[in-house]
Design a protein around this ligand. Structure first.
Ligand code: XLS
Ligand code: NI
Ligand code: NI
Length: 439
């Protein structure tokens, strides 16, 4: 394999290292919380940002060269594959994720496009066999092409729905061919700009129809993994149907899709919905739909999906706390749906970005494990709810105490203010800091 990067394999050098091209906290084979870090974290490279994203924005052209020495679109696609595997090797990243259109450019006809996908997926398979790298999940890009301007599964026009279904069929075949254990539905343009032109009920019914078709077809060709919905409240449409985890849960229940679908939670999407990253993970975990994670972060001062590489330690700790409490990843993992800033345009910046993100989550894992072992916070929460274990609380849960019994209980007891205790938020925040910054 030709070398695209004049950069050595990134080694773990520990927290006192000042080498920018070294891990300070991510030590892939070190055991934390009963498993190797690489198994706890299951890092994945995102094909779209890392191999394709060149920094183009609304105000200017790309700043990074993502042609990988290729001369025409297919040549670039082939080179992307080789370069991606070099990056994964050098960064000890075991997984990758892609949209169909990231790995091979769309041609004039669907059959020609599919031939291109066959060619590139053969290369990917060969590279995977050689390296042991794996596909975390696949997906279809049903939002870029103009035909999807009004949506794909929620398009007002049935022909567009049919095209999306055909495209997703192929993306499922590719996912199975490459042994992926996940398939993502991110509702690219599945939403609306104005209700003045929108049949919201039909659009949501159709989205569910498309998902049912996908499940039926994927299972028929041997897909055993998880389907994920990736919630996002807005962008590109004003109102995306998959607003947040709670909204998606309602959708999955209504259309009886809970058996096959879990959540792919993205940090920046959580904050756009007005939630914390941890909130979305907790709602998913408590409803048994925690699946996978798109790791990134937004900017407090910007209201859009900036997809920055995650460096916020608190968010990473609380994320990994939820992951550990969920029993760890099964089919999912941590996909860096993150891109280097437009000004960070050199090939070396790819490595700095991933090192920053991976070390942040490695720190997060280490601290979350400490937090759980420390036990003070978990114990506090347990005690806060202790009144549900005995007496009237246990009777309410057992269904023995209904309104008449509760009235009688309170009439006898008098006011209950003396049963109320402090929430101790500041004390708990201080414990969190203490756990994070003690050795
Ligand atoms: C966009 C999404 C997208 C999905 C995959 O905001 O995060 O990148 O992860 O389609
Ligand atoms: Ni994402
Ligand atoms: Ni996003």
């Amino acid at each position: 394999m030709s070398e695209f990067f004049n950069i050595p394999k990134i080694q773990y050098e520990g927290k006192n290292s000042t080498n920018p091209l070294a891990f300070k906290y991510y030590n892939p084979d070190e055991v934390i919380g009963g498993k190797k870090m690489r198994e706890q974290l299951k890092f994945a490279l995102s094909w779209w940002h890392t191999m394709g994203g060149d920094g183009t924005d609304m105000f200017g052209v790309g700043t990074a060269d993502k042609k990988w020495g290729g001369k025409d679109p297919m040549d670039i696609a082939r080179n992307k594959a080789y370069a991606a595997f070099e990056i994964m090797d050098k960064l000890s990243i075991d997984y990758y994720c892609f949209h169909d259109r990231d790995i091979a450019p769309e041609a004039d006809t669907l059959s020609e496009t599919n031939k291109r996908l066959d060619e590139i997926s053969d290369i990917l398979k060969e590279l995977m066999d050689k390296s042991g790298k794996k596909l975390l999940w696949g997906t279809a890009n049903c939002f870029n092409n103009p035909r999807y301007m009004h949506g794909a599964g929620t398009a007002p026009n049935a022909d567009v729905f049919a095209f999306a279904a055909a495209q997703i069929k192929k993306a499922l075949e590719l996912t199975v061919k490459l042994g992926g254990n996940g398939y993502v539905f991110w509702g690219g343009r599945e939403g609306y700009e104005t209700l003045l032109n929108t049949n919201l009920g039909l659009e949501q019914d159709n989205m569910a129809r498309l998902m049912k078709m996908a499940v039926e077809y994927a299972r028929s060709i041997g897909f055993k993994g998880d389907f994920y919905i990736e919630p996002k409240p807005k962008e590109p449409t004003k109102h995306q149907y998959d607003f947040d985890t709670a909204t998606v849960l309602g959708f999955l229940r209504k259309y009886d899709l809970l058996g096959d679908f879990k959540m792919n939670i993205e940090a920046n999407h959580a904050t756009l919905a007005g939630h914390t990253f941890q909130h979305e993970l907790r709602v998913a975990r408590e409803n048994s739909v925690f699946g996978s994670i798109d790791a990134n972060q937004g900017d407090m001062l910007l209201g859009w999906d900036t997809d920055q590489f995650p460096t916020n330690i608190y968010d990473a700790v609380l994320c990994m706390y939820e992951v550990l409490k969920a029993g760890g990843f099964t089919n999912g993992g941590l996909n860096f749906d993150s891109k280097a800033r437009r000004g960070s345009f050199t090939p070396e910046d790819i490595f700095h970005s991933y090192i920053a993100g991976m070390d942040t989550f490695a720190l997060g894992l280490r601290a979350a494990d400490k937090l759980i072992k420390d036990g003070r916070i978990d114990k506090f929460v347990e005690e806060r709810y202790a009144s549900w274990n005995t007496g009237i609380g246990a009777d309410i849960i057992a269904g023995k105490a209904k309104m008449p019994e509760l009235e009688k209980y309170v009439l006898e007891k008098g006011d209950v203010i003396s049963s109320v205790s402090s929430g101790r938020q500041e004390m708990l925040e201080s414990i969190l800091n203490n756990v994070l910054f003690s050795d």
